[in-house]
Design a protein around this ligand. Structure first.
Ligand code: PMP
Length: 450
């Protein structure tokens, strides 16, 4: 390994800039270079950097107590945060199990789903169904649920074969069909999987309302989740919405699933929950589920040392308060429309953009070698990484969302700035993206790829 650093970074021999500080939607490195954060870190810093009310909440809480363990105490901060979350969530999703990362949140939701059936003596209902082209986390249980080929590959022998149906990927429909004449074949496939595996063996189906890390904001068609929920209900299967990326206002509504007006049985939250100020995540369960466990063994068999720590709870509460006080969910919707229309304009100009999509401030770009045939670039060409690198050199951060499905899905990136981004800053973001995609196109032309 090169150099003196003892930190294991994503690429061991790559040089990373050292951050100096962040203000609003900008990050600065110690050389003084500014980066417009076009992806909120990892779709996390929803309210930008340096918000005073969050810093104050952090300080105040730190003065009170350093840490408490959830088996010994609850805290005012955790109680208030759970109450606030329950006021944001749809239906009776009112009970919050705090954890520290998105992976822990999806695994906890999975365990609660399995326990719910066990409490009722239905112990064979323990499989979780999911989709290909999905991401639910990096720990083994969460990775098992994930249909992210690249991240699974190395660990396949250790994984359960969870993903069982195709994604709602209209741009490249897995069934070669078109909405609405397809009659939602992709959702109906869930019913076929249930028949094959047996409803008596299935605890839940998990899905990201809008597909994030493995495909770049792939947005299912209208009525998709209504159909999914209806199939789940008919077969006594719980529906888990993985809102780790889409939750907490990111898509212009409190939660991604709200775009389909569906109430899931369980939800997983993370990323934007404390907007990156501290690690914070949660599994949220409906009253129906908690009632069954309360009438049974009384305790959910999961938890982590840092679950519900008062520091993260106080910060997350302050973040939610800031979003409410500044109507930032409406801002996410409004700026999202500006961003998406700007990306559509870029698509007119750059032939390597095959598709742009998304909701609110969760937008995706898919790159193609040929827009007419939708031919993808070979994976080995690293088009996603090169697009990201060019943007970074030009002072813009964007997020890698390529799932590594050679030939079946194109190179994709996510553009998802903080909700506090201004109209002018979106224009700046689009300007740098235009320049960077132009440079990438020239390079690919020179290489004979276009
Ligand atoms: N679920 C989804 C939808 C995600 O996007 C992610 C992170 N990209 C996770 C789960 C895992 O979250 P974490 O990295 O915090 O473990």
């Amino acid at each position: 390994m090169k150099g003196k650093s003892h930190v294991i970074k994503p690429l061991l021999d790559k040089e990373y800039p050292t951050v100096s500080h962040g203000r609003g939607v900008y990050l600065y490195d110690i050389e003084g270079k500014a980066y417009l954060d076009g992806c909120s870190g990892a779709v996390t810093t929803n309210i930008g950097h340096g918000v005073q009310s969050v810093i104050d909440a952090m300080n105040e809480q730190a003065k009170k107590v350093s840490f408490t363990y959830r088996s010994q105490f609850t805290s005012e901060a955790a109680e208030a945060l759970a109450t606030k979350l329950a006021s944001w969530t749809p239906g009776d999703l009112d009970y919050v199990f705090f954890v520290n990362s998105g992976s822990e949140a999806t695994e906890t939701a999975m365990k609660i789903a399995i326990q719910y059936w066990q409490e009722q003596g239905r112990i064979s209902k323990n499989k979780i169904l999911s989709r290909w082209m999905s991401y639910h986390g990096i720990t083994l249980g969460a990775l098992s649920m994930s249909g992210h080929i690249l991240r699974r590959k190395r660990f396949i022998p250790l994984l359960e074969e969870f993903p069982s149906i195709e994604p709602p990927y209209c741009y490249r429909c897995p069934f070669n069909s078109t909405y609405p004449s397809c009659d939602l074949l992709c959702a109906n496939q869930l019913e076929q999987a249930i028949h094959r595996i047996g409803a008596d063996n299935i605890a839940a189906f998990i899905a990201e309302p809008i597909i994030g890390a493995s495909a770049g904001a792939v947005t299912p068609p209208p009525y998709y989740y209504q159909r999914i929920k209806e199939i789940c209900e008919r077969h006594d299967i719980l529906f888990i919405a993985d809102e780790v990326m889409t939750g907490n206002g990111r898509t212009g509504k409190p939660f991604g699933i709200d775009h389909w007006d569906v109430v899931p049985d369980l939800m997983a939250l993370g990323k934007g929950m404390a907007a990156g100020y501290t690690p914070m995540a949660a599994a949220i369960a409906s009253k129906r589920i908690i009632d069954v466990i309360a009438a049974g063994s009384q305790s959910i068999m999961s938890g982590h040392t840092f679950s519900a720590n008062p520091q993260s709870a106080a910060v997350s509460l302050a973040v939610m308060q800031y979003i409410e006080d500044n109507q930032l969910i409406a801002k996410s919707e409004e700026r999202g429309l500006q961003l998406l229309s700007g990306l559509q304009t870029l698509m007119q100009k750059h032939d390597i953009i095959g598709d742009v999509r998304g909701k609110g401030l969760l937008c995706g770009i898919e790159f193609v070698k040929n827009r007419t045939t939708k031919e993808t670039f070979p994976l080995g060409l690293g088009v996603t990484e090169r697009a990201i690198e060019k943007a970074k050199n030009n002072g813009l951060l964007i997020y890698n969302a390529s799932g590594g499905i050679d030939g079946q899905a194109g190179d994709s990136v996510i553009v998802a700035p903080p909700f506090v981004i201004s109209e002018e800053e979106i224009n700046e973001l689009l300007f740098i993206l235009d320049q960077s995609i132009g440079e990438l196109t020239l390079e690919l032309e020179k290489e004979g790829q276009l």
